[in-house]
Write a protein that binds this ligand. Structure first.
Ligand code: LHQ
Length: 258
């Protein structure tokens, strides 16, 4: 692969955006390779996926020089239909946690894709820029959905309308991301979390993710029913039996993700 790095070992899928000279801007090839990697992660039974960027940034968003996204007349709707929307849906539908490890800048769709991940961990010097407005666009790749849900309408509008750079510490203080750590701690923190999640009861984590995201479309009463149905399923899982047995036997559980 030319634009990303991919590996899957011991349940941990690692996807690294790899166009460092262009700050990992997404081009058509990168989208194609990302789709392949996510399919492979799912097929290979990944129990956690880490998304990161090579070089000095996470991603500067859409490659504005990519002919497939440029040229005239522009149909950005078609581009989005073929690229970002399937990517964001795949990340959300992956039946395991997805961690975004953000260092440097995450701008435009780079910020949106990071925020579409389940757990965002950023180094202290990282920043998020809603760069869309600067070039005459609105936040896409789920930005207008995720931002207000993460930080509230006032802050979502402030960020999107001004395009102001938001530092990682502030992002964590606002609840936009899960954690901000010292730059040097980003790699080790993400690796440790990934190892923890890769040995967790994966089906329970997948159901948790699905239930929490899905909750926005439901009433409390409907959500109670969803929790009941999912718990019924999980109650029949091997991992639930193992979890209870390990607790009663006062030993560490050995979850298999089944
Ligand atoms: C880039 C890019 C880039 C190409 C840096 N493209 N080369 C849009 C359209 C279509 C469909 C769907 O969705 C979207 C959504 C979007 O993502 S819109 C937002 C697109 N992104 C941006 O507008 C951000 C543009 N980049 C920047 O504002 C800056 O590069 C940031 C603030 C990210 C970083 O600034 P610096 O640290 O000063 O780096 P730099 O600007 O010097 O960039 C380094 C190189 O990367 C440079 O190339 P060069 O050959 O001159 O060294 C840039 O041209 C290139 N690059 N972003 N998006």
């Amino acid at each position: 692969m030319e634009t990303i790095l991919f590996s899957l070992e011991e349940g941990i899928a690692r996807v690294t955006l790899n166009r460092p000279e262009k700050l990992n801007a997404f081009n058509t090839a990168m989208h194609t390779e990302l789709r392949g990697a996510l399919t492979e992660a799912r097929r290979g039974g990944a129990r956690v996926l880490i998304l990161s960027g090579a070089g000095r940034a996470f991603s500067a968003g859409q490659d504005l020089a990519d002919r497939a996204a440029g040229g005239a007349p522009l149909d950005l709707g078609a581009t989005i239909d073929a690229t970002y929307n399937p990517l964001v849906r795949s990340l959300r539908e992956l039946p395991c946690p997805v961690i975004a490890a953000v260092h440097g800048v995450a701008a435009g769709a780079g910020a949106s894709v990071a925020l579409a991940c389940d757990l965002v961990i950023a180094g202290k010097s990282a920043s998020f820029i809603q760069a869309f407005g600067r070039i005459g666009l609105l936040p896409d790749s789920g930005g207008t959905w995720n931002l207000p849900r993460l930080v509230g309408t006032a802050r979502a509008l402030g960020l999107a309308l001004t395009g102001e750079r938001l530092g990682a510490e502030q992002a964590a203080a606002w609840g936009m991301i899960w954690r901000c750590v010292e730059d040097a701690e980003l790699g080790p923190t993400v690796e440790e979390l990934a190892r923890q999640l890769a040995t967790a009861p994966t089906r329970a984590l997948a159901s948790t993710k699905e239930a929490i995201y899905g909750s926005w479309q439901r009433t409390l009463s409907e959500q109670l029913d969803v929790e009941r149905d999912m718990q019924r399923e999980l109650g029949m899982s091997e991992d639930f039996r193992e979890g209870v047995a390990a607790f009663l036997e006062k030993r560490a559980a050995r979850f298999k993700g089944r």
